[in-house]
Design a protein around this ligand. Structure first.
Ligand code: UGA
Length: 459
């Protein structure tokens, strides 16, 4: 979007010099910063990781996300976005501060909020005027209250000098910038009129250009906003595990989960999304948020067994998939197998908690030689894959990976996989066996070419 477009004009016309600060420039922070810049706001970002901050300042996105690098270069050159030398400079320059730092799980499965606390303390030391601190990272219920307490105590200033609000993100990797600019909902958790007013003003350029934009806005108290986010991700995880359990039943009785999912999805009370059976959910959000939501429920004396079961079903996907490969190949030791797809989902280079990490490790343990290919995630996979390489070859293309392989495994449903020349693939493979962990290939077409096809829950 150029500055002459409606969103930019709408914000600029208000003639104010508000600068927005974004603290933490990871998947959430950088997208938020550039999304706000697209809306016409001036944004300053900061990240404690100096090397990452420098790369971003030089116009290089530190991860793959469609549209991000273009938007970054454009807004750097327009001056809509800049990178501050450090957190305190960004805090002092901005009036509204989005907290987008990491919230990893500790060993006990609880969220480690030390980065959030560190930001709150830095804000407290740099309160050079009113600040609205907006919690964007996914955090447990009542984190905003703690942020407020830390800022008040460390700064010694009254609440009138600052507000803390909650504005959870619902960005999906692979479509994050699009999601920012076309949100299903904008949830604002606020405790003061001033905070509500500022945030509504911030999002007005977006709400005005979306059809029925105002109906997408939900203004609630902070704890409710925190729960909307945590519950949403937990629900999505439960939904995926539900369809995976149904897939196993389908397999046992000879039904096709794809058709069952279609039948379920036509019911508007259920909906068609998140009913794709496969090797399970991964990524930095669903697994982590489900587990921390479980711990929160337990700590509050609430029976969180439903969530635990969803986690268990997801964990069991890896072994179920390995067994499927074993059934297809009988003896695994000494076999050569191609793997297409390492990212936890298409459209990203992210492999955090990706099913591929565990499946590849298990197959190596079984003595299988693996030829891996992913259009984006090979570098990240190498970085995250703790196990010694063993019989592991990274290939330069999908076709290269299948050369001499006795089976082809699909772990991520990248669109380019569907478009391969499967006659050529069949010629190159030592055995025409496909185990499609995402049910993304055309089963009939492959069978017509002489492939033996194994899907997930497709009896
Ligand atoms: C998720 C949520 O969808 C976003 O709304 C949220 O903002 C984000 O987490 C976050 O908390 O930051 P994301 O992790 O990018 O987004 O990925 P999803 O699209 O939710 O997919 C998660 C996993 O579930 C992937 O591994 C995907 O392959 C798997 N999945 C998804 C299935 O196995 N089946 C499905 O039907 C859908």
């Amino acid at each position: 979007m150029s500055p002459s477009q409606p969103g930019v004009t709408a914000a600029a016309e208000q003639g104010d010099a508000i600068e927005i600060g974004v603290l933490g420039l990871g998947h959430v922070g950088l997208v938020t910063a550039l999304g706000l810049a697209e809306l016409g706001w001036r944004v300053v970002g900061a990240d404690d990781d100096r090397e990452k901050a420098q790369r971003i300042a030089g116009g290089e996105a530190p991860f793959y996300e469609p549209g991000i690098e273009d938007a970054l270069r454009r807004h750097l050159s327009l001056g809509q976005f800049r990178v501050a030398p450090d957190g305190p400079s960004a805090i002092r320059a901005a009036q509204i501060l989005f907290v987008c730092v990491g919230t990893p799980l500790d060993r006990s499965g609880q969220v480690d909020l030390s980065q959030v606390e560190a930001v709150a303390r830095t804000v407290a030391r740099n309160l050079n005027g009113y600040k609205l601190v907006v919690e964007k990272s996914t955090t447990p219920a009542r984190t905003a209250e703690q942020i407020e307490r830390v800022i008040r105590r460390d700064s010694g200033l009254a609440n009138s000098s600052f507000d803390v609000a909650v504005n959870p993100e619902f960005l999906r990797e692979g479509t994050a910038l699009k999601d920012f600019l076309n949100p299903d909902r904008i949830v604002l958790g606020v405790e003061s009129e001033r905070a509500a007013g500022l945030l509504v003003r911030l999002y007005r350029p977006l709400l005005e250009r979306l059809p029925e934009g105002a109906s997408r806005l939900l203004v609630v108290d902070r704890t409710t906003a925190e729960l909307v986010k945590h519950a949403a991700n937990a629900f999505l995880a439960v939904k995926v595990s539900f369809i995976n359990m149904v897939a196993d039943i389908c397999e046992a009785v000879g039904a096709d989960v794809e058709m069952v999912a279609q039948g379920l999805g036509l019911d508007p009370r259920i909906g068609p999304e998140f009913l794709r059976a496969g090797v399970g959910y991964g990524g930095y959000c669903l697994p982590k948020d489900l587990r921390s939501f479980t711990r929160i429920g337990e700590a509050l004396g609430v029976d969180a067994g439903l969530l635990e079961a969803a986690d268990r079903v997801n964990e069991a996907r890896v072994e179920r998939f390995v067994e499927k490969v074993r059934r297809a190949l009988w003896v695994l030791r000494g076999k050569t197998v191609a793997v297409w797809g390492l990212a936890f989902k298409p459209g990203t280079d992210d492999v955090r908690e990706a099913p591929s990490l565990k499946i590849v490790a298990r197959l190596l343990d079984e003595g299988v030689a693996l030829r891996l290919y992913d259009p984006r995630a090979m570098g990240e996979f190498r970085r995250h894959f703790a196990q010694a390489p063993g019989q592991l070859v990274y290939c330069s293309s999908a076709v290269e990976a299948v050369r001499g392989s006795e089976a082809l495994l699909i772990l991520t449903e990248w669109p380019e996989f569907r478009e391969q020349d499967f006659s050529r693939v069949r010629e190159l493979m030592a055995l025409p066996v496909v185990v499609d962990g995402r049910n993304c290939l055309d089963r009939e077409a492959l069978q017509n070419l002489g492939f033996e096809y194994h899907g997930m829950g497709r009896g």
